[in-house]
Write a protein that binds this ligand. Structure first.
Ligand code: PSV
Ligand code: MN
Length: 426
Protein backbone atom coordinates (compact mmCIF):
# COMPACT_ATOMS: atom_id res chain seq x y z
CA UNK A 1 0.00 0.00 0.00
CA UNK A 2 1.39 3.39 -0.95
CA UNK A 3 -0.23 6.77 -0.29
CA UNK A 4 -0.13 9.22 -3.15
CA UNK A 5 0.41 12.96 -2.71
CA UNK A 6 -2.97 13.49 -4.40
CA UNK A 7 -4.73 11.34 -1.82
CA UNK A 8 -3.11 13.28 0.97
CA UNK A 9 -3.80 16.65 -0.59
CA UNK A 10 -7.44 15.79 -1.01
CA UNK A 11 -7.59 15.05 2.71
CA UNK A 12 -5.95 18.39 3.48
CA UNK A 13 -8.54 20.50 1.70
CA UNK A 14 -11.11 20.77 4.47
CA UNK A 15 -8.58 21.96 7.05
CA UNK A 16 -6.64 24.48 4.99
CA UNK A 17 -8.67 27.56 5.90
CA UNK A 18 -8.44 26.85 9.60
CA UNK A 19 -4.71 26.19 9.29
CA UNK A 20 -4.12 29.44 7.42
CA UNK A 21 -5.85 31.47 10.13
CA UNK A 22 -3.95 29.73 12.94
CA UNK A 23 -0.61 29.96 11.16
CA UNK A 24 -0.99 33.66 10.35
CA UNK A 25 -1.95 34.43 13.93
CA UNK A 26 1.07 32.55 15.30
CA UNK A 27 3.46 33.93 12.68
CA UNK A 28 2.37 37.47 13.48
CA UNK A 29 3.07 36.99 17.18
CA UNK A 30 6.43 35.34 16.59
CA UNK A 31 7.51 37.95 14.05
CA UNK A 32 6.70 40.64 16.61
CA UNK A 33 9.12 38.85 18.94
CA UNK A 34 11.83 39.12 16.28
CA UNK A 35 11.62 35.48 15.19
CA UNK A 36 12.17 34.60 11.54
CA UNK A 37 9.21 32.30 11.03
CA UNK A 38 10.24 30.96 7.62
CA UNK A 39 13.62 29.85 8.98
CA UNK A 40 11.81 28.18 11.82
CA UNK A 41 9.46 26.29 9.51
CA UNK A 42 12.40 25.19 7.37
CA UNK A 43 14.31 23.91 10.41
CA UNK A 44 11.27 21.89 11.50
CA UNK A 45 10.73 20.55 7.98
CA UNK A 46 14.38 19.48 7.70
CA UNK A 47 14.32 17.53 10.97
CA UNK A 48 14.10 13.84 10.06
CA UNK A 49 13.91 10.94 12.49
CA UNK A 50 14.65 7.30 11.75
CA UNK A 51 11.98 4.70 12.38
CA UNK A 52 13.34 1.45 13.78
CA UNK A 53 12.40 -1.63 11.81
CA UNK A 54 11.23 -3.36 15.00
CA UNK A 55 8.64 -0.76 15.99
CA UNK A 56 6.24 -1.42 13.12
CA UNK A 57 4.66 -4.44 14.72
CA UNK A 58 2.99 -4.58 18.10
CA UNK A 59 5.54 -4.86 20.86
CA UNK A 60 5.26 -7.38 23.62
CA UNK A 61 6.21 -7.74 27.22
CA UNK A 62 7.42 -10.86 28.96
CA UNK A 63 3.80 -11.37 29.99
CA UNK A 64 2.47 -11.57 26.50
CA UNK A 65 1.86 -9.92 23.20
CA UNK A 66 -1.38 -8.74 21.60
CA UNK A 67 -1.17 -8.65 17.84
CA UNK A 68 -2.16 -5.57 15.92
CA UNK A 69 -3.68 -6.78 12.71
CA UNK A 70 -2.05 -6.19 9.34
CA UNK A 71 1.47 -6.06 10.79
CA UNK A 72 4.33 -6.16 8.29
CA UNK A 73 5.52 -9.74 7.85
CA UNK A 74 8.82 -8.97 6.13
CA UNK A 75 11.30 -6.18 5.52
CA UNK A 76 9.65 -5.05 2.30
CA UNK A 77 6.37 -4.57 4.14
CA UNK A 78 8.16 -2.72 6.91
CA UNK A 79 9.64 -0.36 4.33
CA UNK A 80 6.14 0.19 2.97
CA UNK A 81 4.98 1.12 6.48
CA UNK A 82 7.80 3.63 6.91
CA UNK A 83 6.83 4.96 3.48
CA UNK A 84 3.27 5.52 4.72
CA UNK A 85 4.56 7.30 7.82
CA UNK A 86 6.85 9.48 5.78
CA UNK A 87 4.22 10.32 3.17
CA UNK A 88 1.88 11.55 5.90
CA UNK A 89 4.31 13.20 8.31
CA UNK A 90 7.27 14.07 6.05
CA UNK A 91 9.39 13.55 9.16
CA UNK A 92 10.27 9.88 8.97
CA UNK A 93 12.75 9.98 6.12
CA UNK A 94 15.00 7.23 7.48
CA UNK A 95 14.86 3.68 8.72
CA UNK A 96 17.13 1.99 11.24
CA UNK A 97 17.56 -1.73 10.74
CA UNK A 98 18.21 -4.31 13.43
CA UNK A 99 20.27 -7.29 12.35
CA UNK A 100 19.44 -10.15 12.21
CA UNK A 101 15.76 -9.29 12.74
CA UNK A 102 15.67 -7.49 9.41
CA UNK A 103 18.54 -8.77 7.31
CA UNK A 104 17.72 -7.97 3.69
CA UNK A 105 17.56 -10.84 1.23
CA UNK A 106 17.36 -8.82 -1.96
CA UNK A 107 19.43 -5.67 -1.45
CA UNK A 108 18.59 -4.11 -4.79
CA UNK A 109 14.88 -4.52 -4.15
CA UNK A 110 15.10 -3.09 -0.64
CA UNK A 111 17.11 -0.10 -1.83
CA UNK A 112 14.70 0.51 -4.64
CA UNK A 113 11.81 0.47 -2.20
CA UNK A 114 13.61 2.96 0.01
CA UNK A 115 14.19 5.29 -2.96
CA UNK A 116 10.59 4.96 -4.01
CA UNK A 117 9.49 6.15 -0.55
CA UNK A 118 12.24 8.77 -0.17
CA UNK A 119 13.81 6.92 2.75
CA UNK A 120 17.50 6.54 3.64
CA UNK A 121 19.16 3.97 5.88
CA UNK A 122 20.41 5.50 9.10
CA UNK A 123 22.38 3.80 11.90
CA UNK A 124 22.27 0.02 11.75
CA UNK A 125 21.94 -2.02 14.96
CA UNK A 126 23.71 -5.22 15.90
CA UNK A 127 22.19 -7.79 18.22
CA UNK A 128 24.29 -9.84 20.60
CA UNK A 129 21.58 -9.90 23.25
CA UNK A 130 19.77 -12.88 21.76
CA UNK A 131 21.07 -16.20 20.50
CA UNK A 132 20.40 -16.57 16.81
CA UNK A 133 19.13 -19.82 15.34
CA UNK A 134 22.08 -21.96 14.36
CA UNK A 135 24.63 -19.83 16.24
CA UNK A 136 27.63 -21.86 17.36
CA UNK A 137 27.97 -20.18 20.74
CA UNK A 138 25.56 -18.67 23.28
CA UNK A 139 25.41 -15.16 24.72
CA UNK A 140 23.69 -16.36 27.87
CA UNK A 141 26.63 -15.13 29.96
CA UNK A 142 27.50 -12.12 27.86
CA UNK A 143 28.78 -11.24 24.43
CA UNK A 144 31.53 -8.62 24.16
CA UNK A 145 32.36 -9.08 27.85
CA UNK A 146 32.31 -12.87 27.87
CA UNK A 147 35.04 -14.79 29.67
CA UNK A 148 35.30 -17.06 26.63
CA UNK A 149 37.42 -15.63 23.82
CA UNK A 150 35.55 -17.58 21.13
CA UNK A 151 32.23 -16.08 22.23
CA UNK A 152 33.67 -12.58 22.18
CA UNK A 153 35.10 -13.23 18.71
CA UNK A 154 31.69 -14.40 17.47
CA UNK A 155 30.09 -11.21 18.82
CA UNK A 156 32.76 -8.98 17.28
CA UNK A 157 32.40 -10.75 13.95
CA UNK A 158 28.62 -10.28 14.08
CA UNK A 159 29.18 -6.52 14.41
CA UNK A 160 31.55 -6.57 11.43
CA UNK A 161 28.94 -8.46 9.45
CA UNK A 162 26.31 -5.85 10.39
CA UNK A 163 28.62 -3.12 9.09
CA UNK A 164 29.02 -5.00 5.79
CA UNK A 165 25.22 -5.19 5.50
CA UNK A 166 24.90 -1.49 6.32
CA UNK A 167 27.50 -0.58 3.72
CA UNK A 168 25.39 -2.17 1.01
CA UNK A 169 22.46 0.02 2.03
CA UNK A 170 24.23 3.33 2.57
CA UNK A 171 24.24 3.40 6.40
CA UNK A 172 27.13 5.29 7.97
CA UNK A 173 26.97 4.27 11.59
CA UNK A 174 26.73 1.18 13.76
CA UNK A 175 24.80 1.23 17.03
CA UNK A 176 26.02 -1.20 19.66
CA UNK A 177 23.78 -1.92 22.60
CA UNK A 178 24.77 -4.74 24.92
CA UNK A 179 22.62 -6.61 27.38
CA UNK A 180 25.86 -7.84 28.99
CA UNK A 181 25.81 -7.76 32.77
CA UNK A 182 24.92 -9.84 35.78
CA UNK A 183 21.81 -10.61 37.76
CA UNK A 184 23.49 -11.62 40.99
CA UNK A 185 26.30 -10.16 43.10
CA UNK A 186 29.56 -11.99 42.65
CA UNK A 187 28.51 -13.50 39.33
CA UNK A 188 31.34 -11.80 37.46
CA UNK A 189 34.29 -9.51 38.04
CA UNK A 190 33.20 -5.95 37.16
CA UNK A 191 36.72 -4.95 36.21
CA UNK A 192 37.38 -7.91 33.95
CA UNK A 193 33.99 -7.60 32.24
CA UNK A 194 34.67 -3.93 31.50
CA UNK A 195 38.19 -4.64 30.25
CA UNK A 196 36.96 -7.36 27.89
CA UNK A 197 34.19 -5.09 26.64
CA UNK A 198 36.66 -2.31 25.90
CA UNK A 199 38.90 -4.70 24.01
CA UNK A 200 35.98 -6.04 21.96
CA UNK A 201 34.67 -2.53 21.23
CA UNK A 202 38.10 -1.55 19.94
CA UNK A 203 38.11 -4.60 17.66
CA UNK A 204 34.71 -3.61 16.28
CA UNK A 205 35.86 -0.03 15.82
CA UNK A 206 39.02 -1.17 14.02
CA UNK A 207 36.84 -2.85 11.40
CA UNK A 208 34.78 0.26 10.60
CA UNK A 209 35.11 1.88 7.20
CA UNK A 210 36.75 5.34 7.41
CA UNK A 211 33.51 7.22 6.92
CA UNK A 212 31.58 5.23 9.56
CA UNK A 213 31.03 5.97 13.20
CA UNK A 214 30.21 3.74 16.13
CA UNK A 215 27.47 4.66 18.60
CA UNK A 216 27.69 3.10 22.03
CA UNK A 217 24.38 2.89 23.87
CA UNK A 218 24.11 2.53 27.65
CA UNK A 219 21.38 1.28 29.94
CA UNK A 220 21.33 0.81 33.73
CA UNK A 221 19.42 -2.45 33.96
CA UNK A 222 17.30 -4.97 32.06
CA UNK A 223 17.61 -7.71 31.01
CA UNK A 224 20.19 -8.05 33.75
CA UNK A 225 19.00 -6.86 37.13
CA UNK A 226 22.12 -6.54 39.27
CA UNK A 227 24.66 -4.93 36.95
CA UNK A 228 25.08 -3.91 33.33
CA UNK A 229 28.57 -3.52 31.89
CA UNK A 230 27.76 -0.29 29.97
CA UNK A 231 25.39 1.05 32.58
CA UNK A 232 25.60 4.81 32.14
CA UNK A 233 26.75 7.68 29.92
CA UNK A 234 30.08 7.86 31.74
CA UNK A 235 30.94 4.26 30.90
CA UNK A 236 29.85 4.74 27.29
CA UNK A 237 31.83 7.99 27.06
CA UNK A 238 34.93 6.27 28.43
CA UNK A 239 34.62 3.44 25.92
CA UNK A 240 34.00 5.85 23.05
CA UNK A 241 37.14 7.77 24.02
CA UNK A 242 39.09 4.54 24.23
CA UNK A 243 37.95 3.50 20.73
CA UNK A 244 38.68 6.73 18.90
CA UNK A 245 37.39 9.90 17.27
CA UNK A 246 34.55 8.26 15.40
CA UNK A 247 33.09 6.51 18.42
CA UNK A 248 30.32 8.35 20.26
CA UNK A 249 27.83 7.93 23.05
CA UNK A 250 24.19 7.28 22.20
CA UNK A 251 21.53 8.53 24.60
CA UNK A 252 18.29 6.57 24.85
CA UNK A 253 15.75 8.54 26.89
CA UNK A 254 14.48 5.39 28.62
CA UNK A 255 17.91 4.28 29.79
CA UNK A 256 18.25 6.36 32.94
CA UNK A 257 17.38 5.76 36.55
CA UNK A 258 14.33 7.73 37.75
CA UNK A 259 14.85 11.50 38.06
CA UNK A 260 18.15 11.54 36.17
CA UNK A 261 18.82 14.94 34.67
CA UNK A 262 19.00 13.84 31.03
CA UNK A 263 19.29 17.37 29.69
CA UNK A 264 22.47 17.80 31.72
CA UNK A 265 23.83 14.52 30.36
CA UNK A 266 23.15 15.82 26.84
CA UNK A 267 24.88 19.13 27.61
CA UNK A 268 27.94 17.39 29.02
CA UNK A 269 28.32 15.01 26.09
CA UNK A 270 27.80 17.76 23.53
CA UNK A 271 30.35 19.99 25.24
CA UNK A 272 32.86 17.18 24.75
CA UNK A 273 31.85 16.47 21.12
CA UNK A 274 30.82 12.93 21.97
CA UNK A 275 27.07 12.76 21.40
CA UNK A 276 26.38 10.80 18.24
CA UNK A 277 22.94 9.26 18.52
CA UNK A 278 19.62 9.66 20.22
CA UNK A 279 16.74 7.27 20.90
CA UNK A 280 13.38 8.85 21.67
CA UNK A 281 10.66 7.34 23.83
CA UNK A 282 8.98 8.17 27.12
CA UNK A 283 8.60 6.42 30.43
CA UNK A 284 7.25 6.63 33.92
CA UNK A 285 9.34 3.97 35.63
CA UNK A 286 12.14 2.56 33.48
CA UNK A 287 12.71 1.59 29.88
CA UNK A 288 8.96 1.70 29.27
CA UNK A 289 9.24 2.49 25.56
CA UNK A 290 6.10 4.63 25.61
CA UNK A 291 5.08 7.18 22.99
CA UNK A 292 7.47 10.15 22.94
CA UNK A 293 6.13 13.05 24.98
CA UNK A 294 3.21 11.08 26.38
CA UNK A 295 4.34 11.41 30.00
CA UNK A 296 7.02 14.08 30.34
CA UNK A 297 6.75 16.55 27.46
CA UNK A 298 8.39 19.36 29.45
CA UNK A 299 11.44 17.20 30.13
CA UNK A 300 11.64 16.49 26.40
CA UNK A 301 11.55 20.22 25.71
CA UNK A 302 14.38 20.87 28.19
CA UNK A 303 16.41 18.11 26.53
CA UNK A 304 15.79 19.70 23.14
CA UNK A 305 16.91 23.04 24.53
CA UNK A 306 20.32 21.46 25.21
CA UNK A 307 20.36 19.66 21.87
CA UNK A 308 19.64 22.90 20.02
CA UNK A 309 22.29 24.71 22.03
CA UNK A 310 24.80 21.96 21.29
CA UNK A 311 23.96 21.82 17.59
CA UNK A 312 24.61 25.57 17.39
CA UNK A 313 27.66 25.79 19.61
CA UNK A 314 29.44 22.43 19.51
CA UNK A 315 30.23 21.64 15.87
CA UNK A 316 32.61 18.91 17.03
CA UNK A 317 29.59 16.61 17.43
CA UNK A 318 28.58 14.64 14.34
CA UNK A 319 25.20 14.93 12.63
CA UNK A 320 23.01 13.13 15.10
CA UNK A 321 21.44 9.75 14.36
CA UNK A 322 17.91 10.47 15.60
CA UNK A 323 15.69 7.46 16.10
CA UNK A 324 12.44 6.57 17.80
CA UNK A 325 12.96 3.59 20.09
CA UNK A 326 9.48 2.87 21.34
CA UNK A 327 7.29 -0.13 20.94
CA UNK A 328 4.47 -1.49 23.00
CA UNK A 329 1.37 -3.51 22.73
CA UNK A 330 -1.88 -1.59 22.87
CA UNK A 331 -1.78 0.99 20.08
CA UNK A 332 -1.70 0.74 16.32
CA UNK A 333 2.10 1.00 15.86
CA UNK A 334 1.79 3.44 12.96
CA UNK A 335 -0.53 5.74 14.87
CA UNK A 336 1.80 5.55 17.83
CA UNK A 337 4.79 6.47 15.68
CA UNK A 338 2.90 9.44 14.24
CA UNK A 339 2.22 10.67 17.76
CA UNK A 340 5.90 10.26 18.62
CA UNK A 341 7.04 12.11 15.51
CA UNK A 342 4.68 14.98 16.27
CA UNK A 343 5.91 15.19 19.87
CA UNK A 344 9.54 15.29 18.73
CA UNK A 345 8.91 18.06 16.25
CA UNK A 346 6.86 19.99 18.75
CA UNK A 347 9.60 19.88 21.38
CA UNK A 348 12.19 20.82 18.77
CA UNK A 349 10.16 23.77 17.48
CA UNK A 350 9.54 25.03 21.01
CA UNK A 351 13.24 24.78 21.84
CA UNK A 352 14.01 26.82 18.72
CA UNK A 353 11.72 29.55 20.07
CA UNK A 354 13.83 30.08 23.19
CA UNK A 355 15.44 33.48 23.09
CA UNK A 356 18.99 32.35 23.85
CA UNK A 357 20.36 35.87 24.12
CA UNK A 358 17.74 36.90 26.62
CA UNK A 359 18.32 33.68 28.53
CA UNK A 360 22.06 34.33 28.73
CA UNK A 361 21.41 37.89 29.91
CA UNK A 362 19.01 36.66 32.58
CA UNK A 363 21.54 34.04 33.67
CA UNK A 364 24.27 36.66 33.97
CA UNK A 365 21.94 38.85 36.05
CA UNK A 366 21.10 35.84 38.24
CA UNK A 367 17.49 36.56 37.38
CA UNK A 368 16.19 33.09 38.10
CA UNK A 369 12.56 34.10 37.68
CA UNK A 370 13.21 35.53 34.23
CA UNK A 371 15.14 32.40 33.18
CA UNK A 372 12.07 30.32 33.95
CA UNK A 373 9.77 32.82 32.20
CA UNK A 374 11.85 32.57 29.03
CA UNK A 375 11.85 28.78 28.98
CA UNK A 376 8.19 28.43 29.85
CA UNK A 377 7.17 31.22 27.48
CA UNK A 378 8.59 29.14 24.63
CA UNK A 379 7.14 25.91 25.99
CA UNK A 380 3.63 27.30 26.32
CA UNK A 381 3.51 28.46 22.71
CA UNK A 382 1.25 26.30 20.59
CA UNK A 383 3.59 25.53 17.69
CA UNK A 384 1.31 23.07 15.90
CA UNK A 385 0.55 25.48 13.04
CA UNK A 386 4.31 25.62 12.34
CA UNK A 387 4.45 21.84 12.15
CA UNK A 388 1.45 21.82 9.83
CA UNK A 389 3.11 24.39 7.59
CA UNK A 390 6.34 22.36 7.52
CA UNK A 391 4.42 19.23 6.48
CA UNK A 392 2.31 21.04 3.89
CA UNK A 393 5.43 22.51 2.31
CA UNK A 394 6.76 19.00 1.70
CA UNK A 395 3.48 17.54 0.48
CA UNK A 396 2.55 15.87 3.75
CA UNK A 397 -0.70 15.78 5.65
CA UNK A 398 -2.11 18.67 7.60
CA UNK A 399 -3.27 16.15 10.16
CA UNK A 400 -1.36 12.86 9.66
CA UNK A 401 -3.38 10.84 12.15
CA UNK A 402 -6.70 12.13 10.81
CA UNK A 403 -5.68 11.39 7.22
CA UNK A 404 -4.44 7.92 8.18
CA UNK A 405 -7.83 7.09 9.67
CA UNK A 406 -9.86 8.78 6.95
CA UNK A 407 -7.91 6.96 4.24
CA UNK A 408 -8.48 3.65 6.00
CA UNK A 409 -4.80 2.76 5.96
CA UNK A 410 -4.90 0.07 8.64
CA UNK A 411 -7.94 -1.51 7.03
CA UNK A 412 -6.06 -1.51 3.72
CA UNK A 413 -3.04 -3.16 5.31
CA UNK A 414 -5.22 -5.84 6.90
CA UNK A 415 -6.85 -6.50 3.53
CA UNK A 416 -3.40 -6.83 1.93
CA UNK A 417 -1.58 -8.79 4.62
CA UNK A 418 -4.26 -10.51 6.62
CA UNK A 419 -5.00 -10.35 10.31
CA UNK A 420 -2.46 -12.66 11.77
CA UNK A 421 0.92 -11.56 10.43
CA UNK A 422 3.63 -11.09 13.02
CA UNK A 423 6.48 -8.63 12.64
CA UNK A 424 10.02 -9.61 13.63
CA UNK A 425 11.49 -7.80 16.61
CA UNK A 426 11.00 -7.94 20.31
C1 PSV B 1 17.58 -1.68 24.33
O1 PSV B 1 16.66 -1.46 25.34
C2 PSV B 1 17.31 -0.78 23.14
O2 PSV B 1 17.10 0.55 23.57
C3 PSV B 1 18.42 -0.84 22.12
O3 PSV B 1 18.50 0.38 21.40
C4 PSV B 1 17.96 -1.93 21.25
O4 PSV B 1 18.58 -1.94 20.00
C5 PSV B 1 16.48 -1.63 21.16
O5 PSV B 1 16.14 -1.18 22.47
C6 PSV B 1 15.61 -2.78 20.76
O6 PSV B 1 15.83 -3.88 21.57
MN1 MN C 1 17.64 2.25 22.37
Amino acid sequence: MQLSKDNIQAQNQSGLKHHEANYNHLAEGLTAQGIDVETLVKAVADFQVAVPSWALGAGGTRFGRFSFHGEPGNLEQKMADVGILHALTQTAGAVSLHIPWDTPEDYAAVKQLADQHGIVFDAINSNTFQDQPGAALSYKHGSLCNTDEAIRAQAVEHNHEVVRIGEKLGSKSLTVWLADGTSFPGQRSFQKALAQTEKSCKEIYAGLPDDWSMLIEYKPYEPNFYSTVIMDWGTSFMLANACGDRAYTLVDLGHHLPNSNIEQVVATLMAKGKLGGFHFNDSKYGDDDLTVGSIKPYALFLIFNELVYGMRNNPNNPDMAWMIDASHNIKDPLEDLMQSLEAIQEAYAKALLIDQEALTAAQLNHDVVQCQEILQGAYRTDVRPLLERARLGRGGALNPLGAYRALGVREGLIAERGKHTVATGL
